[in-house]
Each structure stands twice: as structure tokens, then as C-alpha cells.
Design a protein around this ligand. Structure first.
Ligand SMILES: [Zn+2]
Length: 317
């Protein structure tokens, strides 16, 4: 039961990986909306899909209700997003995009999996909805152009997060996936216990220990308002790693520093986009894959799918 939605989604679209189909669904939804440039506001996209957003005191952050009815709804916990701070509002943007993902994915596999598959939360569907949400808020082609046309630095990452109205962690996750394995991102917090990762991508970097010398870019950034550049040694699970680092205080929290880390080898540097380089050489590979997925879009009409299923059932009986 666990991967039933992935399997159905993939089979319905010629064996293409389910996460790619989820991303293609997000692009399909954007294409049908009025939005062509960032920010890709999920509230506008939901409205365009005739998905009503309401508020209630619920235990979860959000739920999708009645996806197969005439009045599908996203219910958000609380009473309104109007008076929330920037950080929380951007997190809710991701939540709404994730729920639109549930809606689009369930619509896509409806009739091919039992309704009971949607009754409770499954890791498989959650993962697909996160892929969908990332693509919806930061469409690959758009975000790769934005990242590729700026110098790689914490300041430009913060600027792009503003432009797309997404949380810093959502954008960093996207960037880290784009440039993996040459890129890492760590948000550091300083406390009486020292400087420790508060958030990191990939996850194993949350266990990183900074080999502090008093003069690393991270330590200097806590004392300044400028970007600080340097090469730092980190211990991760007992192994020592040396990375080029650029660090900057984020401003969101008085004691948070964002460090982006990248390999210092020439080969790795060639992969990093910069204003001087031709944009997106790394990204074109994925663009090709994205095109392959788009070739199967628009998705077959539900009626056609049901007809296919009836034919298949007739054969079996
Ligand atoms: Zn979910």
C-alpha cells in the first residue's frame, strides 16, 4: 500500500519516475494559472483551481477536504494569514502548495487506486507533494535561471527568496539539489554552547562541527554585516572536510548566520553558475528530462482513463 500512489502515477505516464510526474503536474497547474513570473502565489493558484481556502482550529497544519467533490477545500490551521510574520507566511505558502499537490496528484490517480489510499497520511504521497510544492513555488527553469544569473552568495540567495516569496530553507534545499554534490548550506546559531548548525542541507551537515579558529568566515560573519569569505574545516561524523565558505548574517534572527559551502576544486567551480559564465550549463540536463515529461502532458482526460480501465477490466473477466 505504501508506494501505491507513486506506482500508479508512474504507470499512468509511461513509467516516468513519479517525482518527475509530480513536478510536471505542478508545471501544468502553473501553465493554467495567470502567473508567469515569480512569486508563484499558491493562494492565487488555488483560487484558479477553484480550491477554496478556509481556516479552522485543526490539529494538523493543513488538510485537503473533499478533493473529488464540487467544493474541494484546503483547511489551514488558525484564523488568517494576514497578520503573520514573513517567515511563517512563507512556510504557509509551502503548506498551501503542498496541499495543492495532494489535490492534483489525487485527481491524477483517482479511479486507479482505492480511495482508502487517501484515508491516512503516507510517506510516499507526502514526498510527492513536497516535490510538487517545490516545483510550484520555484519552477525548475525559472529558479535555475535566477540562481544562474547571480553570483553565488548568501546575499543573492536571500534576494531570490524574497523574489519568489519562499522560505530560505525551501530555496536552499532547491539550490543544494541543483548543485549536489558541490554545494552545501548551513544556518548556524550561536549560543552559550558555541556555534552549532540550526538547519542544514544535506541533513548530515546538521551534525557538522566547525573547526573554529576565531577567524573562520562563520565566526567573522557573526561580528559583521558583510559577507565573509574563507576556507573552513568541518568535522562531519568524525571525518574532516575542507570547503570554500561564504557567510552572512541572515537578519531573520539576530544570531543566525547563513553559510554556503562549495568545493574548492576547479572542476566544481566550473559547475557553479556565475554572472560571468554562460547560464545554466548544469541545469540543461534536467531541462531535457523536464521536456521528456512534458511530452506526455497534458494528462489524458479522466474519461479516457476510465474507458481504458473498463476495457482492461472487461479483458480480465
Ligand atoms: Zn501532506
Amino acid at each position: 500500500m505504501n508506494a501505491i500512489i507513486s506506482t500508479a502515477l508512474s504507470k499512468l505516464h509511461g513509467g516516468i519516475k513519479a517525482s518527475r510526474v509530480a513536478q510536471a503536474l505542478a508545471r501544468d497547474v502553473i501553465r493554467k494559472s495567470v502567473l508567469t513570473t515569480p512569486p508563484f502565489d499558491p493562494f492565487i493558484i488555488a483560487k484558479n483551481l477553484k480550491l477554496t481556502i478556509t481556516y479552522a482550529e485543526i490539529a494538523a497544519e493543513a488538510v485537503l477536504k473533499d478533493f473529488d467533490s464540487d467544493n474541494p477545500q484546503i483547511i489551514l490551521a488558525g484564523s488568517s494569514v494576514d497578520y503573520l510574520g514573513l517567515g511563517i507566511r512563507r512556510r504557509i505558502n509551502f503548506t498551501v502548495a503542498h496541499e495543492i499537490g495532494h489535490f492534483a496528484i489525487r485527481k491524477a490517480v483517482s479511479g486507479f487506486v482505492p480511495m482508502s489510499a487517501f484515508a491516512s497520511e503516507h510517506e510516499d504521497e507526502e514526498r510527492l507533494c513536497n516535490e510538487f510544492a517545490s516545483e510550484l513555488l520555484m519552477p525548475w527553469r525559472c529558479i535555475s535561471q535566477s540562481l544562474g544569473s547571480h553570483e553565488l552568495s548568501p546575499r543573492s540567495i536571500l534576494k531570490i527568496a524574497d523574489e519568489y516569496d519562499v522560505s530560505l530553507t525551501a530555496l536552499l534545499t532547491r539550490a543544494a539539489k541543483l548543485w549536489f554534490p558541490h554545494f552545501r548550506a548551513i544556518l548556524w546559531r550561536r549560543s552559550k554552547f558555541g556555534i552549532r548548525p540550526h538547519w542544514a542541507f544535506p541533513l548530515n551537515c546538521t551534525r557538522a562541527i566547525l573547526c573554529d579558529t576565531g577567524n573562520t568566515s562563520v565566526e567573522r560573519a557573526f561580528q559583521s554585516e558583510q559577507e565573509e569569505i574563507g576556507t573552513s574545516d568541518l568535522l562531519i561524523n568524525g571525518e574532516r572536510f575542507r570547503w570554500k565558505c561564504i557567510s552572512l548574517k541572515t537578519g531573520a534572527h539576530p544570531d543566525t548566520v547563513l553559510t554556503i559551502l562549495y568545493r574548492s576544486s576547479l572542476a566544481a567551480r566550473k559547475l557553479l553558475p556565475s554572472a560571468r559564465s554562460k547560464p545554466n550549463t548544469v541545469i540543461n540536463v534536467d531541462t531535457l528530462n523536464a521536456l521528456a515529461v512534458q511530452q506526455v502532458l497534458p494528462f489524458p482526460e479522466k474519461r479516457t482513463m476510465h474507458a481504458a480501465r473498463r476495457r482492461r477490466d472487461r479483458k480480465r473477466t
